[in-house]
Design a protein around this ligand. Structure first.
Ligand code: DX5
Ligand code: ZN
Length: 227
């Protein structure tokens, strides 16, 4: 695990959108890594959220990498728009991409890192045959569509399986966990081999504010690594 950068990726879905720029800067100053942006189309998932226009605004608020999570059908139609808006990584869902290999190619050609997100029912070995096309894997630890849901610990063996696979193949792939990550669930996620912790509610709805949340969560990260 030592060659992987362990980081917190704040999920902007839980941010206060009337103060988005300030909240992004506060989280960045408190040590945030990537900013995670949840794009939902109202079809693949029940919810509708944001599009390239917001990504472009976030791009102007920070120099940190932007991790765009597309929860939509036919994501290939929008790859170029999100790349133009300033995405660093674009992740598409395995379940929404019948021509996944081609879509990942398209993402890399657009100058972005290629990510695949897998829903709770999708097994780790679904990605084995196209691993060389993948830079980031998002293991969903809730059903996609909403923030503030409960972490599914039964996804951890999948994270461990994927980490073992990437190490076996000597491939540098970031493994994200997405949904329900907080001080209680961080240790299991890190022990399984995740290195990017996507966190919404536990940062932006923390009663002590964003900076306090980030500092507390970073401490749990350090402890989980030294354990
Ligand atoms: C769920 C999203 C997550 C979500 C995480 O569909 O992919 O990124 O915002 O938020 P919390 O930390 O609140 O579970
Ligand atoms: Zn997400």
């Amino acid at each position: 695990m030592s060659s992987y950068t362990l980081m917190i990726a704040p999920s902007l879905l839980a941010a206060d959108f009337t103060r988005l720029g300030d909240q992004i800067r506060e989280a960045a100053d408190a040590g945030a890594g990537w900013f995670h942006i949840d794009v939902m189309d109202g079809r693949f998932v029940p919810n509708i959220t944001m599009g390239p226009f917001i990504v472009e605004a976030v791009r102007r608020a920070t120099d940190n990498p932007l991790d765009v999570h597309l929860m939509m059908f036919e994501p290939e139609r929008y790859v170029q728009a999100f790349a133009n808006a300033g995405a660093t990584t674009i992740s598409v869902h395995y379940e929404a991409s019948p021509n996944l290999h081609r879509t990942l190619q398209l993402i890399r050609e657009a100058g972005c890192r290629a990510g695949v997100a897998i829903n709770p029912h999708t097994p780790a070995n679904a990605l084995e045959a196209i691993l060389s096309m993948i830079d980031v894997i998002n293991v969903m630890t809730v059903n996609p569509g909403f923030g503030g849901q409960t972490f599914m610990s039964e996804m951890m063996p999948k994270v461990a399986q994927l980490r073992a696979l990437t190490l076996d193949r000597h491939q540098h792939i970031d493994i994200e966990v997405d949904g329900g990550i907080n001080p209680e669930t961080i240790p299991a996620a890190i022990q399984a081999g995740a290195n990017v912790l996507i966190i919404g509610t536990a940062i932006f709805s923390h009663p002590g504010g964003i900076t306090t949340a980030m500092h507390e969560l970073s401490q749990y990260l350090d402890e989980a690594v030294t354990d």
